[in-house]
Design a protein around this ligand. Structure first.
Ligand code: DON
Length: 319
């Protein structure tokens, strides 16, 4: 039982109530021992399973946090919606949608192929194929310029200069043959828009950018706030882009569990394999949770529990 659900008022509850519920969420789920820290990128296996940080950032700029909310970890797949946002902003949403796709499977409702191929061939910017294609669309004359576009853009979402974790980057670059294969395959299908090897390298860098639960909350709050960072007040992307990005996150942000996530939590979210989850309550704020142990689909176990609890108790569910 999650306790009494709050009625949605269109705003976050009063600051003291949010602060108390953030504390309660941490106390409730601190003892959960399920899940396994990712090790397919060797450097990630060094994370401590007991690291646990939670942060809520409101669109008014108030921030409430508890636990290891300042512990750095690599952003990994949580970079995907933010890079998609930057690329939509630079190219126009229509072009990005046409080039990458925004569907859960991209196949008809009664497709048998979708069942067979879902894990590898879904075409939207939240899964690796679409994410690497999105990175290949970043403006720039070469890989260096495309990387700068992405690093500086993600830093504007966070409101501080984000720095890459060199060890995570080197570790993934040495073991990302599968992503290299995906990029090359897409190149063959005409769905990569710059050199596949370069795009995979820039994608690997973007995934190795270090963030904290606090950063994720602020990044999420920026999308919740129609594209304006509520702490720095800087406009990062247009409001028109935000609602499209959030639709894609709701469709596929939690991979094959996106339907269950939407059913239980009712908000767009995105997970990363280092243990972060960002969730957006449009108009209200962003939630960042960090806890490394993951479930089978690669989503943080405590991150999901905390988000379900706070969505319910803060009255955030959109439905
Ligand atoms: O491409 C990869 O495999 C990683 N850089 C990111 C994967 C990831 O974060 C999956 N998320 N749960």
């Amino acid at each position: 039982a999650l306790g009494p659900p709050a009625i949605s008022t269109g705003r976050l509850p009063a600051a003291a109530a949010v602060a108390a519920l953030v504390q309660e969420a941490h106390a409730r789920y601190r003892g959960v021992a399920d899940g396994k820290v990712a090790d397919y990128i060797p450097a990630l296996a060094k994370a401590r399973p007991d690291w646990f940080g939670i942060c809520v950032a409101g669109t008014g700029g108030a921030v409430h946090e508890v636990g290891e909310a300042a512990q750095a970890f690599s952003i990994q797949s949580i970079s995907k919606p933010f890079v998609f946002a930057l690329v939509c902003q630079a190219l126009g949403g229509g072009r990005a949608r046409e080039a990458v796709g925004v569907n859960a499977t991209g196949l008809p409702f009664n497709s048998v192929m979708a069942i067979e191929l879902n894990a590898d061939r879904t075409m939207n910017p939240m899964v690796n194929a679409g994410a690497i294609a999105t990175t290949s669309l970043a403006p720039g004359a070469n890989a260096e310029e495309r990387w700068r576009f992405i690093r500086e853009g993600l830093s504007r979402f966070a409101g501080r200069d984000l720095v890459m974790d060199e060890e995570v980057y080197a570790s993934e670059a040495a073991t990302n043959q599968r992503n290299q294969g995906i990029a090359r395959l897409l190149w063959g299908y005409g769905r990569m828009y710059s050199d596949p090897e370069e795009a995979t390298d820039v994608y690997t860098r973007q995934c190795a950018l270090n963030v904290t639960a606090h950063d994720l909350a602020v990044m999420g709050a920026t999308l919740a706030d129609g594209g304006v960072n509520p702490v720095t007040k800087e406009r990062v992307v247009d409001a028109e882009r935000c609602k499209r990005i959030l639709a894609v996150m709701a469709t596929a942000g939690l991979y094959e569990q996106s339907g269950d996530w939407l059913y239980e939590i009712g908000l767009p979210g995105k997970s990363g394999v280092a243990g972060g989850i960002v969730t957006i309550a449009p108009g209200k704020g962003g939630l960042g949770v960090f806890s490394p142990p993951l479930d089978e689909a690669g989503n943080s176990v405590r991150g999901q529990l905390v988000t379900r609890f706070l969505s319910e108790r803060l009255g955030l569910n959109l439905f």
